[in-house]
Design a protein around this ligand. Structure first.
Ligand code: DGL
Length: 267
């Protein structure tokens, strides 16, 4: 089986890698966290595209047979560039389309909320795709949440206070569902749920993206040349102790992070 390449700006995308590992246990995972350039949520679309393209090129060079863009900021701003870098034979799964499909399968019309980084919300990508399916959309950037979670502030007072500050204006109280449009947010999903009325369903990207990948690989099964013998690899562009310690929280089990420099990386 050719490895599945999964990337994010940092270690938050390990929430998606975890769902992929559970859905497709027979495929090795090559994960790349671009920790040297974190956070993507504050970068321009052009820079996000450049980073995402370089990572895609490297994952393909390393032999990956599919790519999962485990970052909403990159999915919203760089999907076309990633697809054209990967080429037609390599399926690319982003985290936005599968979530929009999941929402459309569950609700018919009404209001849907989205929170995410500035890059994700400012791209209006979720909004455009949801409006095309007939939903009214309420969005809000919640930029401090991903950094706080990456620093280990989840499940306690700091993240509770941030969530309260972002949600207190009440614009999400009447939505059918709130999309957690950042791959870090599953770690605070319970706290977000507690801050909203029980009528609001929370939707996160990990499971939806994993199932979309499974469908794509099933339909390509005969074209995936077996390579065999390779285990999972968890790479970051800049390795620090805090990323090493944090990785297990996102993946749900121990992760051996190694530093891996992109051959063409600049900036
Ligand atoms: N994990 C990224 C996302 O899903 C957010 C973190 C960042 O800003 O780099 O958008």
């Amino acid at each position: 089986m050719r490895p599945i390449g999964i990337f994010d700006s940092g270690i938050g995308g390990l929430t998606v890698a975890r769902a992929v590992a559970e859905a497709l246990p027979e495929h090795p995972i090559f994960y790349f966290g671009d920790t040297a350039h974190l956070p993507y949520g504050e970068k321009s679309p052009a820079l996000i595209r450049r980073y995402a393209t370089q990572i895609t090129r490297e994952l393909v060079r390393l032999g990956c047979g599919s790519i999962v863009v485990a970052c909403n900021s990159a999915s919203s701003n760089a999907l076309d560039a990633i697809r054209s870098e990967a080429g037609e034979s390599i399926p690319v799964i982003d985290v936005v389309h599968p979530v929009v499909d999941a929402v459309a399968a569950r609700f018919s019309g009404g209001q849907i909320g989205v929170i995410g980084t500035r890059a994700t919300i400012d791209s209006h990508w979720y909004q455009r795709l949801l409006e095309a399916r007939g939903f009214d959309v309420v969005t809000k950037p919640t930029p401090l949440l991903a950094s706080a979670i990456e620093e280990g502030f989840h499940g306690g007072e700091v993240s509770d206070a941030l969530i309260a500050a972002y949600l207190e204006s009440g614009e999400f109280n009447d939505v059918h569902a709130l999309i957690l449009g950042c791959t870090h947010y599953p770690l605070v999903a319970n706290q977000i749920a507690a801050a909203l009325p029980d009528t609001v369903a929370l939707v996160d990207s990990a499971e939806a993206a994993a199932q979309a990948l499974k469908r794509a690989l099933d339909s390509l099964a005969d074209k995936q040349a077996a390579k065999g013998g390779r285990g999972d690899r968890f790479m970051v562009s800049d390795l620090t102790e805090s990323f090493s310690l944090g990785a297990q929280r996102f993946f749900g089990k121990p992760v051996d992070l190694v530093e891996h420099k992109l051959p063409s990386a600049t900036g």
